[in-house]
Each structure stands twice: as structure tokens, then as C-alpha cells.
Design a protein around this ligand. Structure first.
Ligand SMILES: C[S@@+](CC[C@H](N)C(=O)[O-])C[C@H]1O[C@@H](n2cnc3c(N)ncnc32)[C@H](O)[C@@H]1O
Length: 267
């Protein structure tokens, strides 16, 4: 009887797993279909816009502007790999994140990659400590095709980073980051914590024996709001500083005024 119960239980678990798998696959199919429809709509809109242009010259110019943008992104991707300015997204926080937060991390990394390719001086990005579930979520964005360095190892194990001056960015650090330097590499915690985990990256930097620093943004965020940006925004603060050489302008450029107070809730 006991054996029968156990056997029966296993069948129920297997059926449930199968059902979940099927549901996930159906969800993905719907997502793909929506994406396809969106692309079709954009294509249609472009076509309609071209029809409103009067001369062939105007039409050619319009088409070239799209091709130019695409080429520029591709070129910036290649440029980023040669950039002297480097950042690392350290994804070693699996234990601290829910499934939803891990999906959000993958999305933020994808957003950062997209934004970085749009700017003139793109950063060289390392995404390290990629673990299997994060790999699965990043795969949805085809990250293996991106112009960045992705690695399953901890950044301290990657040869070319071993001799670098590493600065771990942590909102809880005592030290303020004054400027971005070419000979320093900045680490961003690949951590999405809806409920803030205090000292998570500060402790990690101490364990790894690397310097830590906080972004000097306290004065730009309203009182009572947390002084903590999300992963992609923190990384874009670096590109903002490189552009303006000024933290206040960098902050304004990556965190628009209307979001300033909401950034705390945007995670
Ligand atoms: C959502 S935050 C995670 C905050 C987390 N509680 C921690 O201890 O780092 C994501 C990452 O962005 C960077 N970051 C966000 N705000 C920062 C700040 N004010 N100063 C320095 N780094 C910051 C950090 O690297 C941080 O790990």
C-alpha cells in the first residue's frame, strides 16, 4: 500500500511538472507572437510614413536614417569592446533574489546593453558569475550574441581583471566616488532587492578584499528616499559622468526629474 501511495504521488508530481512546462511554453509562444505583431506594426508604420514623403530623395534619406542607426549600434558594440573604461556586473547574488527579481536582473542587463550601444563612448561590459537560472533568462535576449564579455566565473578569477584596480560600487560604502578613472574598473552588484538588503555589496567587497565606494548622489535624491539606484541606472551613471564630468549632470541625464523620487520604487 505504501509503495502504491509513493508511486501515485510521483505520478501526480510528474503530471504537475508536465503541466507547468506546457504552461511556460504556451506563455512563451504568446510572447513571441506579440513580439512578432509589434515588429509588423512598426514596419507598417514606417511604410505608411514613407508614403507621405513627396520626393524619392526624402524617401531615401528616411530609409538611410534607419540603416545608419543600425550600423551605428553595431559599430558602437565593437567600439565598446575596445573601450578603456570598464564595468563589471557581478551576478553572485542568486541566493538573495526571488525568481521575479532574477528575471528583472536579466531585463536590466539587456537594457544596459541596449543603452550602452547608443552612446558615443560606450563602456566595455563584463557580466560575470552567470549562474544557470540567470543564463536561462538572459538567453531570452540572445545575450551570447552581444558585444560584451559574459562569464560564469567570479571576476577575481578572470585573468585580465586580476591586476586591475577594482572599485566595488556599494550604496553603503563610507567612501564617495569622486571621478571615473581609466585605470579603475567599477563593479556593480547584479542584485535586484525589492526589499533592500543592507550592506550586501559592502560585505561582498570586504570578503573579496576590494575597495568599495558609493556614488555621490545623496544630495540629489529627496530626503527619506533610499540612496540606491537599480543596476542599469547605476551603470549608466558612469557613462553620464564620462560625458559631463559632473555627477549632478550625470544624475539628471540618467534619472529624469520626474523619476527622481520614484527611482526608489522602480526596482
Ligand atoms: C539595486 S542596487 C543593490 C543594492 C544592495 N542593497 C547593495 O547592497 O548593493 C544594485 C547595484 O547598483 C549599485 N548602486 C546602486 N546605488 C548605488 C549608490 N548609491 N552608490 C554606489 N553603488 C550603487 C551597486 O553596485 C548595487 O549593488
Amino acid at each position: 500500500m505504501e509503495i502504491f501511495d509513493l508511486f501515485g504521488e510521483n505520478i501526480i508530481i510528474e503530471q504537475q511538472n508536465e503541466k507547468n512546462k506546457q504552461l511556460r511554453s504556451e506563455k512563451q509562444q504568446i510572447k513571441n507572437e506579440l513580439h512578432k505583431q509589434k515588429r509588423k506594426k512598426i514596419k507598417q508604420q514606417k511604410y505608411e510614413l514613407i508614403q507621405t514623403l513627396e520626393t524619392q530623395e526624402q524617401k531615401n534619406e528616411y530609409v538611410h536614417s534607419f540603416k545608419g542607426l543600425r550600423n551605428q549600434k553595431r559599430e558602437n558594440g565593437i567600439k565598446s569592446l575596445q573601450s578603456p573604461f570598464k564595468i563589471i556586473i557581478d551576478c553572485g547574488f542568486e541566493e538573495n533574489m526571488s525568481d521575479k527579481e532574477q528575471r528583472s536582473l536579466a531585463r536590466q542587463i539587456s537594457e544596459l546593453y541596449t543603452e550602452n550601444r547608443k552612446i558615443d563612448g560606450p563602456l566595455k561590459i563584463y557580466v560575470t558569475n552567470i549562474y544557470p537560472i540567470l543564463h536561462k533568462y538572459l538567453e531570452q535576449y540572445h545575450y551570447k550574441q552581444w558585444s560584451l564579455i559574459s562569464d560564469e566565473r567570479l571576476f577575481t578569477e578572470i585573468e585580465e581583471l586580476q591586476l586591475a584596480n577594482i572599485v566595488y560600487l556599494s550604496p553603503d560604502s563610507e567612501e564617495e566616488l569622486l571621478e571615473i578613472k581609466e585605470d579603475e574598473i567599477y563593479v556593480i552588484g547584479g542584485l535586484v532587492d525589492k526589499v533592500i538588503i543592507k550592506n550586501a555589496t559592502l560585505n561582498r567587497s570586504r570578503q573579496l578584499g576590494v575597495r568599495s565606494a558609493k556614488l555621490p548622489i545623496g544630495q540629489y535624491i529627496k530626503k527619506n528616499y533610499k540612496k540606491c539606484l537599480n543596476v542599469s541606472t547605476a551603470a549608466l551613471m558612469i557613462t553620464g559622468w564620462l560625458k559631463y564630468k559632473d555627477w549632478s549632470k550625470a544624475f539628471d541625464s540618467v534619472v529624469p526629474q520626474k523619476f527622481k523620487d520614484q527611482e526608489a520604487e522602480m526596482q
